[in-house]
Design a binder for this molecule. Structure first.
Ligand SMILES: Cc1cc2nc3c(=O)[nH]c(=O)nc-3n(C[C@H](O)[C@H](O)[C@H](O)COP(=O)(O)OP(=O)(O)OC[C@H]3O[C@@H](n4cnc5c(N)ncnc54)[C@H](O)[C@@H]3O)c2cc1C
Length: 485
């Protein structure tokens, strides 16, 4: 009979998914008083994956985020993890600027109308006087109040949904930059059910997205976005990297970096179900494996003996994106926009997708008198930019920042982050594809990460914790549960 002592759980990938899976595995083992060997194998020397916090400058430094700069507070898994790691006191919210976000309209940044929830107007007057949508576009959006619910049983694209409920202008001006932008996605392909099921549910339940949003905002005012008294986004005083550092400290002795997994193959050894083959020619025996690397990596690792699952995993496409952090003197920003974020619709034909004033969004991001900006490029709109030279990218960024904010001078520093094949795309039918992947997944092999059930940090932590709990169940009780996915 197998004993817990003999079980080694191998986790592939040392991003937030892999590290939190390892943390929760060890925590369960400690709480249950049983020994468990856990090993995280990470390809790079650096841990954290997409989480990448850097400090620039010595005495009064800038604090940069190359990847995620915050997480959604409404989904509790990341806040719970930070609390479990003793970081609760270091959690900080966004500044209470109102409005938080502006949007580019015919070349000019305009504040989003008060009361806009995602893209749904909930307050009539601010919506009617806002220059963001034309008068005809507003009338079309308000038709949502009278057009009957369509009650379609299947998935559809974000574009199809928004066109049907609010019209084409709302799609181009609001939904594309605000909703598809979160996923760096093409709204014509983005799955409504996998990304914004709540909007479809409001249509079904109330017959109108506007009526439904108003009713649910009245019932739960604190969960309702811009008017929330608590910040909808949280980060750590020292940046998102603190989460990774705290996990790495707890996992001391359980992590190997600079080692790439090449293959996972079934093992014939007793007490082990898999052999994990590494790029240095060695192999590690594993009772269970959690693959916390992108879906296309998982596909590659199991291709030789799981061709069907592998091909389904490859069916989840990824796009490349990038960010550039730039430091300026505050006096050099001649035309600041309202709030700390500017989103740029595709129809504005700019190189940049969005601009964040990080030093206004969170405290402690830039020295006094200076400003830290972060600009976003790539995604479905212009993936090719990720391969542009540093010089061309900086030229494009500076040209847009001159037009949008009146910045004429060169930045005091810049740093470019390229994220190739980094953002999983939830295309129409994504939920069926993921269900099929779960059905095909062999026992003792678990898939975790943003490709499956949500792309944000809280989604990653939640899935990793669920995978860890099910692995522990299996190890302890020899339960034949289906894959965690
Ligand atoms: C620019 C950007 C901004 C974002 N902003 C936000 C935000 O503000 N809020 C938010 O909630 N989310 C945000 N996200 C999404 C979020 O960052 C990611 O979904 C999350 O960090 C993914 O974590 P992960 O551990 O699953 O994957 P990753 O971070 O990709 O980690 C996977 C790890 O696996 C390793 N690996 C790959 N192949 C192998 C192999 N063969 N062997 C061993 N190791 C391997 C990789 O090196 C990597 O370290 C953002 C993403 C990007 C790209």
């Amino acid at each position: 009979m197998e004993t817990a002592e003999s079980q080694q759980i191998v986790i592939i990938g040392g991003g937030i998914s892999g590290l939190s899976a390892a943390y929760y595995l060890l925590r369960s083992a400690e709480a249950g008083g049983f020994p468990l060997r856990v090993l995280v194998i990470e390809r790079e020397q650096r841990l954290g994956g997409k989480i990448c916090t850097d400090v620039v400058g010595e005495q009064h430094p800038f604090l940069l985020e190359g990847g995620p700069d915050a997480f959604l507070a409404q989904k509790p898994a990341a806040t719970d993890l930070a609390t479990d790691l003793g970081l609760a006191q270091q959690l900080i919210g966004t500044s209470p600027a109102q409005p938080a976000t502006s949007i580019l309209v015919h070349g000019r940044p305009r504040a989003l109308p008060e009361g806009l929830r995602l893209i749904t107007p909930t307050r009539l007057r601010p919506f009617l006087v806002s220059p963001v949508i034309s008068p005809a576009g507003k009338v079309r959006m308000l038709l949502d109040l009278v057009n009957p619910a369509r009650r379609i049983p299947t998935d559809e694209s974000l574009a199809a949904f928004v066109r049907a409920r609010f019209g084409t202008e709302a799609l181009d001006r609001l939904a594309e930059p605000l909703l598809a932008g979160i996923y760096s996605a093409d709204p014509e392909k983005q799955s409504m059910l996998a990304t914004f099921p709540q909007l479809r549910a409001l249509e079904d339940q109330y017959g109108s997205v506007i009526r439904g949003t108003r009713a649910s905002s009245a019932a739960a005012p604190d969960a309702a976005g811009s008017q929330s008294r608590t910040s909808p986004f949280l980060t750590l005083q020292g940046g998102m990297g603190r989460l990774v550092q705290a996990l790495a400290d707890r996992l001391h002795g359980h992590i190997q970096t600079g080692r790439r997994v090449l293959r996972i193959v079934p093992s014939s050894r007793p007490l082990s179900h898999y052999q994990v083959e590494l790029d240095d020619g060695t192999a590690v025996e594993a009772h269970s494996v959690i693959v916390a690397a992108p879906a296309f990596v998982a596909a590659e690792l199991i291709e030789s003996w799981q061709p069907e699952l592998s091909s389904k995993l490859r069916g989840i496409p990824y796009v490349s994106t990038g960010t550039i952090s730039l430091g300026y003197r505050r006096a050099d920003i001649h035309r600041p926009f309202a709030g700390f974020g500017l989103v740029i619709p595709r129809r504005e034909r700019r190189s940049l997708n969005a601009v964040t004033v990080c030093s206004d969004k969170f405290a402690g991001r830039a020295p006094s008198g200076q400003v830290l900006l972060r600009v976003f490029f790539g995604g479905f709109r212009n993936q090719h930019l990720v391969d542009a030279s540093d010089g061309s990218l900086l030229d494009l960024a500076r040209r847009d920042l001159y037009d949008l904010m009146g910045i004429e001078v060169p930045p005091v520093f810049t740093r470019i982050y390229r994220w190739r094949q980094a953002s999983p795309q939830y295309h129409v039918g994504h939920q069926d594809l993921v269900a099929e992947i779960a059905r095909l997944s062999p026992p003792y092999l678990w898939l975790s990460g943003p490709a499956y059930y949500g792309v944000g940090i809280p989604d990653c932590v939640r899935q990793a914790k669920a995978a860890a709990e099910q692995v522990v169940d299996q190890v302890l009780h020899h339960l034949d549960v289906s894959p965690a996915l």
